[in-house]
Design a protein around this ligand. Structure first.
Ligand SMILES: Cc1ncc(C[n+]2csc(CCOP(=O)(O)OP(=O)(O)O)c2C)c(N)n1
Length: 330
């Protein structure tokens, strides 16, 4: 399928993994080509291409809602929500905005710029949905950097207190904020990234139980409880903090493996209450220069794609916001 023909994200429904991989390749191509010309955020968007396609294949975006934290990583989202043909106007006057913008598309459910707001916004939407007796899905996608912001933690505090409010939080963990992420939460996330996935361990456990003599499948009703206990016992660190805070934790999932992502999101949608899917991604994925220098290519001024080097601008540079503000205080 041609990316240029995708004007609605529901067109992803029914595409095979091979077709999705081909769309992913086209998104990266367009993303790179555009940022190399106009400048903009580079590494964050390249890291969430598969995450975006997999999540959107499991959602109905005529009904369901998505909030992207900050919004600087949402160029893949823009490219499959009707802005492909205008994308060359990115970050220019009257052009496609660099962040999500509600007036720009009905698929931009929340406009941000400020970090750490996505879970709070999504929770508000989920609560409004429940009050109206509706049942659409709401998902927030938040980076490991933004997760360390106070407002994200306030929202986790609130969501974990509401066991019947369905909310999906996708943690896009690339181990980076603008620079390497620091502090206790990133240290905890890193330990989880290095652990085998929770689902894998518990599924394996189920298989092993099935083969026990006299037990077989007869243990099934008890198995869920046993699995819960074993999850904490066998891997005390994986997701335990999120589980204790009232979330169902799933992951870590390889953020560039489409089948794994799709299966995990489908399973996450079946749970009641808040769910956190921990996705391990690589900032700059698919562009070796950006993968290698993740700080330098978080955002870029126009650059040469083959060398990665900045291209000196020929346009006169407008004065900076602070300078204008200081010189015109009234
Ligand atoms: C309140 C606030 N502080 C700082 C920023 C600057 N900022 C923009 S993107 C970003 C990094 C966020 O890291 P992460 O959430 O992990 O996303 P990634 O870029 O790694 O995908 C920061 C700190 C901001 N937008 N808002």
């Amino acid at each position: 399928m041609l990316l240029s023909d995708i004007t609605h994200p529901n067109q992803l429904h029914g595409l095979s993994i091979r077709q999705l991989e081909d769309v992913a390749r086209q998104i990266r191509e367009k993303h790179l080509e555009t940022v190399a010309t106009s400048g903009g955020h580079l590494g964050p968007g390249l890291g969430v291409v598969e995450l975006t396609l997999a999540l959107y294949q499991t959602l109905d975006l005529d009904r369901d809602k998505v909030t992207w934290d900050v919004g600087h990583q949402a160029y893949p989202h823009k490219l499959i929500t009707g802005r492909y043909h205008d994308f060359h106007t990115l970050r220019q006057k009257d052009g496609v905005a660099g962040y999500l913008k509600r007036s720009e598309s009905k698929f931009d459910h929340f406009g941000a710029g400020h970090a750490s707001t996505s879970i709070s916004a999504a929770l508000g939407m989920a609560l409004a949905r429940d009050m109206a007796g509706d049942d659409y899905k709401v998902a927030a996608i938040i980076g490991d950097g933004a997760l360390t912001g106070g407002m994200a933690l306030e929202a986790i505090n609130h969501a974990g207190h509401l066991p019947n409010t369905n909310l999906l939080v996708v943690l896009n963990d690339n181990e980076m904020s603008i620079s390497p992420n620091v502090g206790a939460i990133p240290r905890y996330l890193n330990k989880m990234r290095l652990s085998p996935p929770v689902q894998f361990l518990t599924d394996n456990l189920e298989e092993q139980f099935k083969h026990l003599p006299f037990v077989g499948t007869s243990l099934s009703p008890e198995l869920d409880r046993v699995k819960e206990g074993m999850k904490r016992l066998a891997v005390p660190k994986v997701g335990a903090v999120f589980e204790e805070l009232g979330f169902t934790y799933m992951g870590p999932v390889d953020g560039h493996n489409l089948p794994e992502l799709i299966a995990t999101f489908k399973e996450a949608h079946n749970h009641t209450g808040p769910v956190l899917v921990h996705v391990a991604t690589t900032k700059g994925k698919g562009y070796a220069i950006a993968e290698k220098d993740q700080v330098g290519y978080h955002a870029q001024s126009p650059f040469n794609l083959s060398t990665g080097k900045s291209v000196p601008s020929t346009k006169p540079k407008p004065p900076g916001y602070s300078k204008v503000f200081v010189e015109n205080p009234d």
